[in-house]
Design a protein around this ligand. Structure first.
Ligand code: SIN
Ligand code: FE2
Length: 207
């Protein structure tokens, strides 16, 4: 059996096909209001292979000039991000074990050749809340490690409808996506993979 690092939960098949389809419709509406854009790395300006957008009162963005951060508006349109759909809030309430609602949902879109390097999610002030990740569309190879880059890592596949929760001692675990497996899902008409991550950014007691 695969032993995951402490605080890392994988919940396979959390969403059935109907729930996945409903969520894709929600995300379609989000993307209409807040178009996917190509994020760039801090300092180098190197484009990421994943396209991104957000919903929620805050969204995670990155660009050459200002680096990784949360902000209340879309970097290209200047508009506030659309609200987090109720279906996503319901998932958070079911699995997060945290009283306050998420403030940001990062939407990542992967084409067949996209990947994401190993990183920590550490731009949030509230590290007591977990990060809840939802996979839709094609299967990917996900890798998760420990709180240092040098730590042991384990790899496993994430299928459409799977959840990953990084909480507690797993909250700052390094993680990334090594590859997408094309044609492994019929959920998205044109293929690809969507990953949604729900995050609490501010500490509830700081409001
Ligand atoms: C992320 O770490 O932002 C994305 C993880 C994933 O795509 O599964
Ligand atoms: Fe991440």
């Amino acid at each position: 059996m695969l032993v995951l690092p402490g605080g890392v939960r994988h919940i396979p098949d959390y969403l059935d096909r109907a729930a996945q389809e409903a969520l894709v419709e929600d995300i379609r509406a989000v993307v209409q209001a807040a178009p996917l854009y190509v994020p760039t790395m801090p300092r180098t300006g190197k484009p990421m292979s994943v396209r991104m957008t957000n919903c929620g009162v805050l969204g995670w963005v990155t660009d050459k000039e200002r680096g990784y951060r949360y902000q209340p508006t879309h970097p290209a349109t200047g508009e506030p991000w659309p609200a987090i759909p109720q279906r996503l809030l319901d998932i958070w309430n079911d699995v997060a074990r945290y009283d306050a609602p998420p403030e940001a949902c990062l939407v990542n879109f992967y084409t067949a050749d996209a990947k994401m390097g190993m990183h920590q999610d550490r731009d949030e002030h509230d590290l007591d809340a977990p990060v809840v990740s939802i996979s839709l569309g094609e299967t990917c190879l996900f890798r998760v490690g420990e709180r240092t880059r040098e730590g042991r890592t384990v790899s496993f596949k994430l299928k459409s409808g799977d959840l990953v929760v990084l909480g507690g001692e797993g909250r700052l675990a390094f993680h990334g996506v090594d590859r997408i497996y094309p044609t492994t899902s019929t959920l998205l008409k044109n293929g690809g993979r969507i990953n949604l991550t729900l995050r609490r950014v501010t500490r509830p007691d700081a409001i």
